[in-house]
Ligand binder design. Structure first.
Ligand code: UD1
Length: 392
């Protein structure tokens, strides 16, 4: 499960301490925790940036929440990440099974590897599980993408965000609204730093590869106008009635423009169980595929006319790329995507009208610090933690 990193020859390095003395210190072991598909693009730029620092030893911890090849391995390949240094192999289960399983397994790893800092990202079950395990052992935790709030406590992710932010030591936020949420919840301002949106770093990093990707040709979309669809939230895909409404709306949309729909495992299972798979599969304008890797998926996004989704990250990616996006949710923890003009919250019965409206909007330039330089800022904050400047 875990290599013995402490037994590797201690690498000594020089760095200038805040008081100006030249010090010798062992490399700082930093765990980067990733669990599920949206996490991999958040740790990748940070791993590459920390790897270049002589004082840092970043180790990737994969909890195994997502384990299928196309939900996990494809992302490691596309993002040029090494195999995870530590794999917890926890897999699927109920929320308590998954959260508890990660806590129990990660606690053992923490006691064995004794990292100097744990960095968790996003809002999945593993984010809160690893935070709880580390904090209780007195190990410092930084939460990247802190402060987002949908104000909808029926979402597992909202609970994960609130708990993680209330106990983590360092809260690294993507935008000013996140800082405001944390301050309103009584978090000490010195814990909070706006570092920007790390997802944009991943897009910038992968853009040259995307330009060479062939997914559009392979899917017969090269000379078509098309939209991209993704759906996986329990509120959309776990109820037969809601999923049926969505499928009928998507078939209607596909009569005007082709749609490409890479289907998440949860959604695929339910489409089959509810007898809805053939409705989509038989529609001439709908292309269903297995989930795609990051490069193939983003190349489809780069070339599409619109997106229909319930994902968090895709709302941000489309804002950065100025692509019209309908989000099939009653709320969003990413309100900037709406105020920038690219994103509109929608419902199955309003999809066609909302799509027409959102495609006619003027959109603003991407928000401050959504600039591909978040990882560099985080490296500076991390360095400051170890040079006492930012120690809590
Ligand atoms: C999880 C996250 C969600 C994130 C999403 C991205 C939580 C609470 N939810 O939701 O925030 O937006 O990932 O996809 O952490 N499965 C597979 N193969 C896999 C992974 C899952 O077949 O590699 C199937 C299993 O049947 C599993 C189901 O998908 O029970 C749901 O997976 P799970 O990780 O529990 O939640 P997601 O819906 O993927």
């Amino acid at each position: 499960m875990v290599g013995d990193f402490r037994k590797e020859p201690t690498i000594l390095l020089n760095f200038i301490s805040p008081i100006g003395f030249l010090k010798l210190a062992p490399k700082k072991i930093i765990h980067l925790v990733a669990a599920a598909r949206p996490n991999f693009m958040k740790i990748a730029p940070l791993y590459h940036a920390l790897k270049k620092e002589s004082w840092a030893k970043p180790l990737i911890v994969h909890t195994g929440q997502h384990y299928d090849l196309n939900m996990s391995d494809a992302f490691f390949r596309d993002l040029n990440l090494p195999m995870p240094h530590i794999h917890l192999d926890v897999g699927s289960g109920t929320h308590a099974e998954q959260t508890g399983g990660v806590m129990i397994t990660y606690e053992k790893v923490l006691m064995e590897t004794k990292p100097d800092l744990v960095i968790v990202v996003g809002d999945v079950n593993s984010t809160v599980a690893c935070t709880l395990a580390a904090i209780k052992l007195g190990i410092k935790v930084a939460h990247l993408e802190a402060g987002l709030r949908s104000f909808d406590r029926t979402m597992a992710e909202e609970i994960n965000r609130i708990v993680t932010d209330s106990i983590a030591d360092y809260l690294w936020t993507p935008s000013p609204d996140a800082d405001e949420n944390l301050i309103r919840e009584g978090i000490a301002p010195e814990k909070i730093a706006m570092v920007g949106n790390i997802m944009i770093d991943s897009i910038v990093m992968i853009t040259p590869a995307i330009r060479k990707a062939t997914a559009q040709e392979e899917l017969g979309l090269a000379d078509k106008t098309y939209g991209v669809v993704t759906l996986h939230r329990p509120s959309n895909v776990d109820s037969p009635e809601v999923l049926a409404k969505l499928c009928h709306a998507l078939v209607s949309v596909s009569e005007q423009n082709s749609i490409i729909f890479p289907v998440h495992p949860r959604t695929a299972k339910n489409l089959r169980e509810f007898g809805l798979y053939d409705l989509l599969n038989d529609a001439s304008g709908v292309i269903l595929t297995d989930p795609l890797g990051y490069k193939a998926f983003m190349s489809l996004i780069f070339g599409c006319k619109f997106v229909i989704t319930d994902s968090g990250g895709i709302q941000e990616e489309t804002t950065y790329l100025k692509i019209p996006c309908l989000t099939l949710r009653p709320n969003t923890e990413r309100p900037l995507t709406v105020t920038q003009g690219t994103n509109k919250l929608s419902l199955p019965e309003r999809i066609e009208a909302d799509l027409t409206e959102v495609m006619q909007r003027d959109v603003k330039n991407p928000p401050l610090y959504w600039d591909g330089k978040a990882a560099a800022r985080i490296v500076e904050f991390t360095k400051a933690i170890f040079t006492e400047k930012n120690k809590l």
